[in-house]
Design a binder for this molecule. Structure first.
Ligand code: MLT
Length: 362
């Protein structure tokens, strides 16, 4: 079983009061330290997000999208954060998350640079990754970090607090554990889909595939649990079932959920289906054995078993779990997710850097 990530819990002399407090605290207390009032200063854990905050982020995202449709509105957006700088520090591959953060920062008028390999920073000369991150924070207001280690982004926040550097960090994917911005865009997609049909509350959502190692599915589950009477069905092979901590999280929140080895058990009842790929980059550390992934893939037969108005989501990249012919099915929503990701990230950056109210009231 994996544990929820905590800060290093090492208290040393010379730490600031806030940093000491941070290192000694539970996840709840860390979450409180990472925000000022209702405003997030960093986003590391999906559990930092509340229903109210999601609703505000979705409003900002819709408003920014509408503004950008006119030249005047686009200019207004560009003037929101003109003197702010973002750095994307991506130590794992990425297409959509990288490009959508880059575009989001540019839409808000930020300048944006990136480091995508330790070989292009002083880490090749033996600098520690945390020293590198502290250096990045000297030149930039916002660091967006993707890293294979589950607790790396949290350690970076801890380091900035110890050093009393008040810059902001967003996790763009932390190992198998966290992908909070993917969760935001996935729920944003559902919210847009169901906005004229009563919203996300009360929906039945089927999540399929590698649920043990997929951080996107994990983030989606955390956020779905914030909605009223949502029912979650989970279909995966035995070796890829959700981890105990997530199961306990759902039980604590009284979320109704069912698990099965077969997606066919649930497919006919779902209002939305979230497909995921096999996360085999983690095979060395977390082997799952041989799996017949056809059982967790959409076929013409399965499409015919689905409700006529069921939405098909996928965080992408896809493999054979969604054949290309499904793109033409009117229920597919995964290409919309790609675009929604950019607007959700515009809204999140605007929230953290405190210009979201200006956008919502423009
Ligand atoms: C991720 O980075 O987790 C992606 O968004 C989903 C995936 O890689 O399957």
């Amino acid at each position: 079983m994996r544990l929820i990530v905590f800060f290093s819990n090492q208290v040393s002399e010379g730490m600031s009061v806030v940093a000491k407090e941070m290192a000694e605290q539970s996840l709840d207390a860390q979450i409180r330290l990472m925000q000022t009032g209702d405003r997030l200063q960093h986003l590391i854990y999906t559990q930092q997000l509340t229903r109210g905050l999601l609703d505000t982020i979705f409003d900002t995202a819709d408003k920014a999208r509408n503004l950008n449709a006119s030249r005047m509105g686009a200019t207004f957006l560009k003037e929101c954060l003109p003197n702010q700088r973002a750095l994307l520090y991506f130590m794992q591959p990425s297409t959509r998350t990288f490009l959508s953060f880059h575009s989001a920062a540019s839409l808000l008028g930020m300048s944006c640079v990136h480091i995508t390999s330790p070989g292009s920073s002083s880490e090749v000369k033996g600098e520690s990754p945390l020293d590198s991150v502290q250096t990045f924070a000297m030149y930039n207001d916002l660091l967006v970090i993707r890293h294979p280690e589950a607790d790396f982004a949290a350690k970076c926040v801890e380091r900035l607090m110890q050093s009393e550097v008040s810059k902001h960090i967003i996790s763009a994917g932390s190992g198998m554990e966290q992908h909070p911005t993917q969760g935001i865009l996935d729920v944003y997609t559902l919210q847009r889909e169901f906005s004229r049909k009563g919203g996300v509350d009360g929906r039945r959502v089927l999540i399929v595939g590698d649920l043990a190692r997929g951080r996107a599915a994990r983030a989606f589950i955390y956020l779905l649990a914030l909605y009223q009477d949502v029912q979650i069905d989970l279909a995966s092979p035995e070796s890829m079932k959700i981890t105990d901590d997530l199961r306990e999280y759902l039980e604590r929140r009284n979320v109704t959920f069912r698990e099965s080895d077969f997606m066919d058990d649930f497919i006919g009842e779902a209002d939305a289906i979230y497909m995921t790929r096999i996360q085999d980059e983690y095979d060395d550390k977390f082997p799952v054995g041989d799996v017949d992934y056809d059982l967790y893939s959409l076929s013409r037969d399965r499409l015919s078993m689905m409700k006529g108005n069921c939405s098909i989501l996928h965080p992408l990249p896809r493999r054979k779990e969604i054949p290309v012919f499904v793109d033409r099915d009117p229920r597919s929503r995964y290409w919309e997710q790609v675009e929604n990701g950019m607007w959700a990230r515009v809204a999140l950056i605007a929230h953290i850097l405190n210009c979201d109210l200006r956008i919502r009231t423009a």
